[in-house]
Design a binder for this molecule. Structure first.
Ligand code: NAD
Length: 468
């Protein structure tokens, strides 16, 4: 079994809370990782180490920080095979997908290595005898608190952007993928001065201790309830909260669309990564004119996806997903495929298709972090738009339509950060959106993340009066 360690001021040690967590492989329940949790004192020491390292790292030339990040990215690339095995064992992602997601993380590190040194302020048009400018500076110490569902790619984005802009970091990976986070930091940290990247380990209480400490930014990717607790902690300390949280993304299927093609899109959106993606399709509004052949094709797709997906991350999540499905069935939904957990070891859950769903069901209203495709029939595109917009979340939405005017209306009216037309995934690189409502706040991705990680300072440099 792997055992994780924490990293404080360049020294690896065991977490001092006297409390160990065990992660088991969700395929077969075999133990994978022992996680000795960090204590509140460990968290405080890590923050202090990051604070002490901050002036030196902030004063390092941006080009040198970029070169350092390039070297760190190469190390992650070289260690990708082992990292993928650990990720796959801890959270169940099939090995090939784990490797792809690490490659995406390495790509993100490289993008920030290039973008960091050219991130800049501006000069202002002031008095000719003065210099007026807006300079960007690192914010200081950034807490990076990450989830398990795409653990390396998500962490690489926040860590890369924070570090290349001259911040120091205390990172806490998810307690469900602790060895993945630990191994990633083992690959990155040797390229950085001691104290620039620190690692603490553990679950919610450890994250809460970090979020409540004297850091300058708390960057959190994870569940909405956690994001709200972090926002409250930041309100008390004055730290900036950068939150990329959950979603309940709608998929609208307009009349006139090929129902079989719509079913392949719906299945990809709902079942990829076993439904454990922040922008998974969470609820489907299908026009009544094509609902019957669409549902039939979607049930066939679900059967095809069964052998392609891994298990859910653990039984705790599986219980939550299954509870939402059973509540929907009790309230009148019809199961067309899947719909219950198999007996035996692991945290497997089959791709599930539910018909006759209503918006008051948890599978439609809340985020269901599993391979579940709940479908409601609608009488018009307007009805679908209205129901799609009525959500406590505002992450993303997809519309399948042959009508240009419907596509235009959809992207303008939907209150979400990302709108996709005629493809559930596959946007251009560098796209960064503002999540809305319960889905978070701030840019968590793209070049704009560099703005989030820096503070702008206005400078007015006037010449001293003559005659001094
Ligand atoms: P989570 O919020 O439970 O955990 C994420 C991290 O927060 C973990 O490291 C956890 O230990 C920590 N944490 C938990 N409670 C805390 C607290 N009170 N204070 C501080 N930290 C705390 O989320 P999860 O279950 O790991 O991840 C799944 C969620 O992440 C889903 O809702 C998914 O939609 C979301 N997600 C969003 C995006 C995005 O870009 N919007 C990307 C990936 C995942």
């Amino acid at each position: 079994m792997l055992e994780t360690a924490q990293l404080v001021a360049g020294t690896w040690s065991s977490g001092g809370a006297g409390r160990d967590l065990i992660v088991v492989n969700p395929r077969d329940d075999s133990p994978v990782t022992r996680l000795p949790c960090s204590s509140p004192e460990d968290v405080a020491l890590a923050v202090r180490a990051a604070r002490a390292a901050a002036p030196g790292w902030a004063a390092t030339a941006a080009a040198e920080r970029g070169a350092t990040l390039h070297a760190a990215a190469a190390a992650v690339e070289a260690g990708a095979g082992e990292l993928a095995e650990i990720m796959s064992a801890e959270m169940g992602k099939p090995a090939g997908e784990a490797r792809d997601s690490i490659a995406a993380g390495v790509g993100t590190l490289r993008q920030y290595a290039e973008l960091g040194p050219v991130h800049r302020g501006r000069a202002l048009a002031g008095d000719a005898a003065a210099t007026d400018l807006m300079a960007v500076e690192p914010r200081g110490v950034v807490a990076v608190i990450t989830p398990w569902n795409d653990p390396v790619a998500v962490a690489c984005g926040l860590l890369g952007a924070a570090l290349v802009t001259g911040n120091t970091v205390v990172h806490k990976p998810s307690e469900r993928t602790p060895a993945t986070g630990w191994r990633l930091v083992q690959l990155l940290a040797p390229h950085l001065p001691d104290g620039v990247l620190n690692l603490v380990n553990g679950d919610g209480p450890v994250g809460a201790a970090l979020a409540a400490s004297t850091v300058d930014v708390v960057a959190h990717v994870g569940a909405t309830t956690t994001g709200r607790a972090i926002a409250a902690a930041c309100a008390r300390t004055g730290a900036k909260a950068l939150l990329e949280n959950g979603g309940s993304d709608p998929l609208i299927i307009d009349a006139g669309v090929d129902p079989r093609w719509a079913a392949t899109q719906a299945a990809l959106g709902a079942f990829a990564n076993a439904g454990q993606i922040c922008v998974s399709v969470e609820r489907i509004y299908a026009h009544r004119a094509l609902a019957e052949p669409f549902l039939e094709a979607l049930a066939d797709e679900a059967a095809r996806w069964r052998s392609r997906i891994g298990p859910l991350v653990d039984r705790r999540l599986r219980d939550t997903v299954d509870e939402q499905v059973q509540l929907a069935v009790k309230a009148g939904a019809t199961v067309l495929r899947g719909g219950s957990a198999p007996a035996g070891p692991g945290a497997w859950y089959p791709p599930t298709v539910l018909a006759e769903c209503t918006d008051d069901m948890a599978v439609m209203r809340k985020e269901t972090f599993g391979p579940v495709a709940p479908v409601a029939e609608v009488d018009s595109f307007e009805e679908a738009l209205g129901r799609a917009a009525d959500s406590p979340y505002g992450l993303a939405a997809t519309v399948l339509t042959r009508s240009m005017s419907h596509a235009q209306r959809a992207w303008r009216s939907l209150p979400v950060g990302t709108v996709k037309v005629n493809a559930v995934f596959g946007g251009a690189p560098g796209g960064a959106a503002h999540p809305r409502r319960g889905s978070g706040q701030g840019f968590g991705y793209g070049p704009e993340l560099l703005d989030e990680m820096t503070a702008t300072k206005v400078v007015h440099l006037s010449a001293p009066p003559t005659g001094w």
